[in-house]
Design a protein around this ligand. Structure first.
Ligand SMILES: *Cc1c(COP(=O)(O)O)cnc(C)c1O
Length: 340
């Protein structure tokens, strides 16, 4: 059994031997070759399957560190603004730690699976009549006033935890298989910041390619987006908190930031499920859609980060997928239905 990531990487994380650790054995996620995608791109592409984390997204890497630090500091409650996955992760780790958890989400804008998780783990789920950017501003103001730990990716412990994904990728590839490029969806820009920090700490510098949805692409336009809109709800963010760091990662690594349309995102989403057997969230397909549309500057070995599990958002899947085949309970009918 692989240990949680604080235990695995304690020498590179800000936790001492006696510190409390709140863990669900997150991390150590699979790095899976993608032969069909590799063929289309003309390079070796691997998928980092972050949906294999305990609550189904990479947010668990940051949350184990942020919640462990909150416990260390004697916090009684943890709070975040969320497009869904941070809420699910906070709720699970707060339950594990015996802390009160509250999450503020944009009303009607979060995927069903994520909502179910947050509620099941017993967090207080607050539906804000406003978007993610407004929610984040309000939770920052509230946490400055009240003794509540803020666990959005503005919290440095989130970045510390999430940088371990870069360690895992490099450890797994080894020195004989250098990584040329990383493709990653960008929302609030914490994750790209974390990967870049992790790579730099290991002395690596793959090109960092960030992808945003066309209707929520502030980094591409160079200006905040007032009303971000996209099918990719996890990255529906108009004013990323880690704007400068994300730009520094992409410029410093000679990578770049590009936008992909919802249609390109959904094409990549269906392609990954049908051709590679990997079911991810729509938002995540942005990294693959971006790679297909924009390339990766001639990189030979590329990792696409698939940040969350497809089961998080069954509604989008059912709209995008084929329909079921009705059938009478006779052998003939079943035979016809199966052979279709
Ligand atoms: C949070 C999230 C993102 C965006 O990550 P940022 O750190 O906000 O850029 C992308 N995909 C999924 C599935 C997420 O949950």
């Amino acid at each position: 059994m692989a240990p949680g990531l604080i235990e695995r990487y304690r020498d590179r994380l800000p936790f001492g031997p006696g510190d409390p650790v709140v863990s669900l054995n997150e991390g150590s996620t699979p790095l899976v070759p993608a032969p069909r995608l590799s063929e289309r791109v003309g390079a070796e592409v691997l998928l980092k399957i972050e949906g294999a984390n305990p609550t189904g997204s990479f947010k668990d890497r940051g949350m184990t560190c942020a919640v462990s630090d909150a416990v260390r500091n004697g916090a009684e409650a943890v709070l975040c603004a969320s497009t869904g996955n941070t809420a699910a992760s906070l709720a699970a780790y707060a339950a594990r730690a015996g802390l009160r958890g509250a999450v503020i989400v944009p009303e009607g804008k979060i995927a069903t699976g994520k909502l179910a998780q947050a509620l099941m783990h017993g967090a207080r789920v607050i539906a804000l009549q406003g978007n993610f950017d407004v929610a984040l501003r309000l939770v920052r103001e509230l946490c400055a006033k009240q003794p509540i730990a803020l666990v959005n990716s503005v919290n440095p412990f989130r970045i510390e935890g999430q940088k371990t994904a870069a360690f895992e990728v490099l450890d797994e590839l080894g020195p004989t298989h250098p990584l040329d490029a990383l493709c990653i969806p960008v929302g609030n820009a914490g994750n790209i910041t974390a990967y870049w920090k992790g790579f730099q700490e290991m002395g690596a510098a793959p090109r960092m390619f960030g992808f945003q949805a066309a209707g929520a692409a502030p980094l591409v336009h160079g200006a905040p987006v007032e009303d971000p809109e996209t099918v990719a709800s996890a990255i529906r963010i108009g004013n990323p908190a880690r704007w400068e760091e994300a730009m520094a990662a992409m410029t410093g690594s000679r990578g770049g930031v590009n936008a992909v349309t919802d249609e390109q995102i959904l094409d990549a989403y269906r392609f990954l499920a049908a051709e590679e057997g990997v079911f991810c969230e729509p938002a995540i397909a942005a990294s693959v859609a971006g790679l297909l549309a924009h390339g990766a500057a001639g990189a030979r070995r590329i990792v696409c980060v698939l940040t969350g599990h497809g089961l998080k958002d069954p509604q989008t899947a059912l709209v995008q997928a084929g329909s079921v085949v009705p059938c009478e309970p006779t052998l003939d009918a079943v035979e016809r239905a199966v052979l279709g």
